[in-house]
Design a protein around this ligand. Structure first.
Ligand code: IPM
Ligand code: MG
Length: 363
């Protein structure tokens, strides 16, 4: 029996509701499996920890995570702590500390979801966005001088390294190659940003030679937003810089019906460190503590975690449980226009997993 060691970090806001829901789903799976089990360790890092200790996570926090097989993360964000502190003190510390350079964001219109695009059939929107996750606009390089004076100056310098760009492009080409359409769109802004973005375009041409069977094209990020709305079926796998893909992935999630559904994997494809899985939505303080959060984004992240762990069958059974549940409007949470609670959705997914496993065992 294989044991997977999973770190859970609920963080702030509704993260504290959806991460336990995700754990419940993993436990439901394990209860039915005679090949794997999970060992969870929970970390109470985030805004409350910051109020007690003055930091979002302890200085040796990464060491506590290092030997885990994966991390399930909720969200970081607190109305009483500046956003750049919560972000840099926890989520980015883990992403950058563990060099999780490939951020993967699949988007589909799941069964039963009423997506906003009039002319878009569910099959037209099936994307995976790959976000460069270790440098670029999130490199944290910059500073401020003359603070508070009229001549104050501030810089955020975007850093693009050849090695960093090459590895994320190679990852994206490989991912595109593994999908049925073998289609990749490389998004930049190389008309206006004439150094680093031009380098991206050049490296894309170089890396593409390793993948002759992948069809690929280039798009500028502004034009990409229009293309996502007007010609969704012309896209499949997408790769972009840290900030561009951050913005595009919110658009993608909204076009697929709700931010509450969208998942993320922060991957170290070389597996030197644990990878981290999280819903894309934030801490959503307006609904926290009410049991109204949509746990589907976390469940889909759990699917990505299982795939990463090599448990493809388990991943499939969670995904089909999710799709059964989204197909039923009485199990839609508020973000989808319904009235279901986090617990109702979670129980339904767990029940479906149990039923599915029983039928698999019976055959
Ligand atoms: C995301 C989020 C974060 C980001 C926020 C919470 C800082 O929007 O994961 O897309 O910008 O990376
Ligand atoms: Mg974002």
């Amino acid at each position: 029996m294989k044991t997977y060691r999973i770190a859970t970090i609920p963080g702030d806001g509704i993260g504290k509701e959806v991460v336990p829901a995700g754990q419940q789903v993993l436990e439901a799976l394990a209860a039915r499996s005679d090949t794997f089990r999970f060992e969870f360790e929970n970390f109470d890092w985030g805004g409350d920890y910051y109020r007690r200790h003055g930091v979002m996570m302890p200085a040796d926090g990464l060491d506590a995570l290092r030997d885990k097989d994966a991390i399930l993360f909720g969200s970081a964000g607190d109305p009483h702590i500046p956003d750049h502190i919560t972000l840099w003190g926890l989520r980015l510390k883990i992403c950058q500390g563990f060099d999780q350079y490939a951020n993967v964001r699949p988007t589909r219109i799941l069964p039963g979801i009423d997506a906003p695009l009039k002319r878009c059939k569910p099959a037209d929107l099936d994307w995976v966005i790959v976000r460069e996750n270790s440098e670029g606009e999130y490199a944290g390089i910059g500073g401020r001088a003359h603070q508070g004076h009229p001549i104050e100056v501030a810089t955020d310098v975007s850093i693009m390294t050849r090695a960093g760009v090459e590895r994320v492009l190679r990852f994206a080409f490989r991912l595109a190659q593994s999908r049925p359409r073998k289609l990749l769109t490389v998004i930049t802004k190389s008309n206006a940003q004439r150094h680093a973005m031009v380098m991206w375009d050049e490296i894309a041409v170089q890396v593409s030679r390793e993948f002759p069977d992948v069809k690929w094209d280039k798009e500028l990020v502004d034009a990409a937003t229009a293309r996502m709305v007007n010609r969704p079926a012309s896209l499949d796998t997408i790769v972009a810089t840290n900030l561009h893909a951050d913005i595009l992935s919110d658009l993608a999630a909204a076009l697929a019906g709700s931010l509450g559904i969208a998942p993320t994997a922060n991957l170290d494809p070389e597996r030197r460190y644990p990878s981290m899985f999280e819903p894309i939505h934030g801490s959503a303080f307006d609904i926290m503590g009410k049991g109204l959060a949509n746990p589907v984004g976390t469940f889909w992240s759990v699917v990505m975690m299982l795939d990463h762990l090599g448990e493809a069958d388990a991943a499939k059974s969670v995904m089909s449980a999710i799709e059964q549940v989204t197909a039923n409007p009485s199990l839609h949470t508020g973000d989808l226009g319904g009235t279901a609670t986090t617990t109702q959705v979670t129980d339904a997914v767990c029940k479906s997993i149990a039923a599915h496993s029983r039928s698999t065992l019976a055959t």
